[in-house]
Design a protein around this ligand. Sequence first.
Ligand SMILES: [Zn+2]
Length: 413
Amino acid sequence: MPAAKTSRKTPAAPAGQPAKQKKAQRTSPTESVRVEVWTRAAGRCQLCNEWLLESTQIGHYSYRRGEMAHIVGQSDDPRSPRTDSPLTKEQRENPDNFMLLCQPDHDTIDHKLGVGEFTIAKLHELKREQEAHMRHVTGLPRNKKTCVVRVFGTIRSNTVQLSRQECNETTLRHANPRFAQFYLDPRNEGTEIELTPLGNPEDHASLEIYWSAARTAIIKGIGKIQDAVKAGDITHLSIFPFARIPALVYFGFHLGNKVRVTLFERHRVAEEEWYWQPDAATLAFEWRRLQQGTQVDSVALIVNISGTIPIADLPSAFDQRFTVYELRPVGVTPVPGLIASQATLGAFRGCYRQFLGMLEQEHKSARQLHLFPSVPLSIGVAVGMDLMPNVHPELLVYDRCPSNFALALTVNS
Ligand SMILES: [Zn+2]
């Protein structure tokens, strides 16, 4: 509303009431109302979240740019926005009737094109949500931090972007909220483990050139993480994976279990890409033997979760000597998007560990396990993390590239 602002033109006062109108402009809102509105909004625009206590236009000089915007219009003047309300004039000066906004957003909600969208009810809802969020966030202990690790590469020519702010929003909205930190990227150069410039494996003269470069980049990133964990600078990691599955298995294995980790999964839901859906149904998993081999130490595992790899798609070397297992969700056709909740991810990991335990018993002499994964990204990391060095067999991870499976990476060798 214009009355609460000093930078806008004052509208003409209704005829016959000039003195009264001017008086209202000088006294509204009171200092105590301002303090309450600013505090509840935590100094941020309640629409766009801009920090309003400093202005970039005049360097870092502290300057209040926030504007006190009436939700129900200050007066009953029908030319003002949002005047249709039973609130008395005094009630309209209550903190509940003000929003803290940046100047452009204040202009937007008061503009004749904006009033249709920004109704009284809508503004109350936005104010309530923002204030509840600020109360939640400012109540978190400062030591609840998590170090963000984005492992990003190219997947069939697709790449992904995830800003620092989006990371922070995601870790704060998690069931166990934490403040995102970017300890591994102090100069804000971008992604912590960056494989994107490598392009696709098939872009290179040989696949090994790609996987060798990927291994080098991952080991370099893991080295930084391990140093920071040793120094006590990192106590928790939030992993955002988007890369070829063998690279993620390799990353997960070398990361190990020495530091607590929250894995995130990229979901195909607009604007909520990385949020887990705690209410999604929890799936169960099972393994079964697709083929009984003639050599007890020759074992392959097909993990069918995002799609189904038929046994016929395995390279011809996987003949009747091999015992081939399949690990899959119970009673559900493998399709993308099945891992919607952390509970389902946990159920998969439990089943996978049991499978590894079964291998120790029934294929004691097997030194190698050949893995053919059709899995979501978080599972790629988990498969590596849950493989125990010196206990479980060497894991040979295959990749469909572009149509036939080829060995990509070996871990635990
Ligand atoms: Zn704003």
